[in-house]
Design a protein around this ligand. Sequence first.
Ligand code: GDP
Ligand code: MG
Length: 301
Amino acid sequence: MEKKTYSGFVALVGKPNVGKSTLLNTLLGVKVAPISPRPQTTRKRLRGILTEGQRQIVFVDTPGLHKPMDALGEFMDQEVYEALSDVNAVVWVVDLRHPPTPEDELVARALKPLVGKVPILLVGNKLDEAKYPEEALQAYHALLPEALPRKLSALNPKQVASLKAELLALLPEGPFLYPEDFAKSDQDFGEWVAEIVREEAMKRLWHEVPYAIATKVEEVAERENGLLYLKVVLYVERPTQKAIVIGEGGRKVKEIGQAARKQLEALLGRRVYLDLEVQVYPDWRKDPEALRELGYRSSLG
Ligand code: GDP
Ligand code: MG
């Protein structure tokens, strides 16, 4: 008999510097470089995947909450609401060393419409350095009384473990959203890797070669030293584009490769060797077979 599985999305929100990335790293149990921001085109940005036994949490980011405080007001609230209304829990991180600021008030306001729809955990962080943690937590809690207050230090794995257990317990029954051994399910994995590399390339080449890049994973191999070897080909349509993608002295392709590798290492929690190659595939965009082969989807433009 198949065992039941549980899965869902958890959003990490909070103003800058409160410790969201630190908390995520401790939750995932790996020391990773900060993930470089992806273009805010999608409503959710994948930040990390936690699989434990029969339970899987996909941590996501909220684009709307990264905007500077400005007069967007209602519009921003709506955007945040749309991004978060289908997550299974929200973790709102605050800094217990200090009382709330207007930025925290803004986050609280954006979360308000979610009350009653999604559990909101108010995580008071930096407990290790807080002089008046209880008072601070109360002040934050007053901004959103329906949130469930917790205290911890993101640097303390034991304290984070109880938050992790609480989040894992909140998950509804459902299939895993990502394969448990992600790196071994070749088709999904290849597409996922190709998409991350393509995004990093597009971010840096948007003006020069819009829409003319496709990516394909050619090889996935386990290396003895625990390294995951990934060979990815970046396809362009013309030799002039190839020169642009490679850049002066190979600088551009190196930059793309480094950014993509960081993302992949952070998301996979392991070391990656990313072998990037640029190839010309004349007029691949007009060739249905090429489009199929490259797994090109309409959403890519
Ligand atoms: P983010 O901007 O919300 O992602 O915040 P970061 O995770 O980058 O953390 C901002 C700073 O706070 C970093 O210097 C962290 O080392 C520090 N930090 C995060 N959590 C804690 C904590 O629990 N205690 C202390 N003392 N520092 C923390
Ligand atoms: Mg961060």
